[in-house]
Design a protein around this ligand. Structure first.
Ligand code: NAP
Ligand code: 8YV
Length: 320
């Protein structure tokens, strides 16, 4: 496909780079010594962009620099880093990587939940520091008889729910609408749900619509015995309020895989014994990242061959 040039906006896995290079003329923006001069030269040729969370936002202004752009392949199911609405309005397809990561992220969410409730990293630090020789590790909180509210009962949320049922948790959920085909009670108000549950599991998309949705009021409703687990995006949570409430004991504990300004994590969290902090590793196994990478490639190949994208996002439905 010699007339379908593709530009990588940031570093990618070999499965993506090699898969694309075998089929398309491929360019790497992040390797250009002079980014602006490079863009001026290649922009008219570019038909596809590939990027993802961490590789820089794919904004309207950025996409507008490529007059022949037809597809943006996002590495990740969450595409809050791409202005998909603008893309849709300008006839550009955006694809993401749904489903292939559901189980991996759900496993991590449950692992983080158990680590936070049973204080596994703290216990590990305790052994390493020789503290066990002096006294047993303090007794922890439990998952027994606990209720978990899921914010975002979508593909990953349902995989988390399936696992949580096996642990005997009682479940409910919040989203923009009630779902008819799930057995869990729906809460139209996130704050009311937070008041009812012991654990709030956050797994809804990032972006403008959900910014700050886990507000101070929601965190206060979760309360001193409550546990927040965020495996979605840092932007969903009022991070400043969360830190204040964790410090004052008005929020019990938090397990966080994501942060507002990654990879910068607020230093105030480092000294807290009631938090578990992970470096955004929800999908980060070799197996699953390769499956995501392959889906990025397959989307571009299918599109360039005229068969349409495999997994277009809602804002850019394929109309053939
Ligand atoms: P999905 O299938 O689209 O599910 C999203 C859920 O969020 C839906 O149940 C939806 O329900 C709800 N939702 C959407 N907008 C909402 C709003 N404004 N208010 C309340 N609820 C809302 O997405 P998914 O595949 O499960 O992925 C979810 C997110 O997880 C991704 O967007 C990504 O940001 C994050 N993620 C993180 C990692 C990680 O490594 N930590 C890995 C993968 C994904 P309604 O339509 O009924 O509102
Ligand atoms: C990845 C994710 O870490 O899929 C998502 O939305 O957050 C993760 O799977 C990320 O997209 C890779 O850059």
């Amino acid at each position: 496909m010699n007339d379908f040039d593709v530009l990588l906006t940031g570093p990618v896995l070999p499965v993506i780079r090699e898969g694309l290079a075998a089929r398309f003329p491929l360019h790497a923006l992040f390797e250009a010594p002079d980014r602006e001069a490079f863009l001026d030269t290649i922009a008219p040729k570019i038909r596809g962009l590939v990027g993802g969370h961490g590789a820089g936002r794919i904004t309207a202004d950025f996409m507008a620099r490529f007059p022949n752009l037809s597809i943006v392949g996002n590495f990740g199911v969450g595409y809050d880093g791409v202005d998909a609405k603008w893309a849709g309005e300008h006839g550009i397809t955006v694809t993401n990587t749904p489903d292939v990561l559901n189980d991996e992220v759900a496993d991590l969410a449950i692992g983080l939940l158990i680590a936070t409730i049973r204080r596994l990293p703290q216990a590990d630090r305790y052994v390493r520091a020789g503290q066990w020789l002096k006294a047993p590790f303090p007794l922890s909180n439990t998952l027994r008889n606990k209720k978990m509210g899921i914010l975002g009962l979508g593909r990953i949320g349902k995989a988390i729910a399936q696992r949580a049922e096996a642990f005997g948790l009682s479940l409910c959920y919040h989203g923009r609408r009630a779902q008819t085909d799930v057995p869990y009670p729906y809460h139209a108000s996130l704050e009311a749900m937070a008041r009812e549950v012991d654990i709030l599991m956050v797994i809804a998309p990032g972006g403008a619509q959900t910014r700050g949705i886990v507000s101070r009021a929601v965190l206060e409703a979760l309360g001193p015995q409550g546990t927040l687990i965020n495996v979605a995006r840092g932007t969903l949570v009022d991070e400043k309020a969360m830190i204040e409430l964790l410090a004052s004991g008005k929020l019990g504990a938090a397990g966080l895989d994501v942060f507002e300004d990654e990879p910068r994590v607020p230093e105030a969290l480092f000294a807290m014994e009631n938090v578990v902090l992970l470096p955004h590793i929800g999908s980060a196994s070799v197996h699953t990242r390769n499956a995501m990478g392959q889906l990025v490639v397959d989307n571009l190949v299918s599109f360039a061959q005229g068969r349409g994208p495999l997994t277009p996002v809602a804002e850019t439905p394929w109309r053939g």
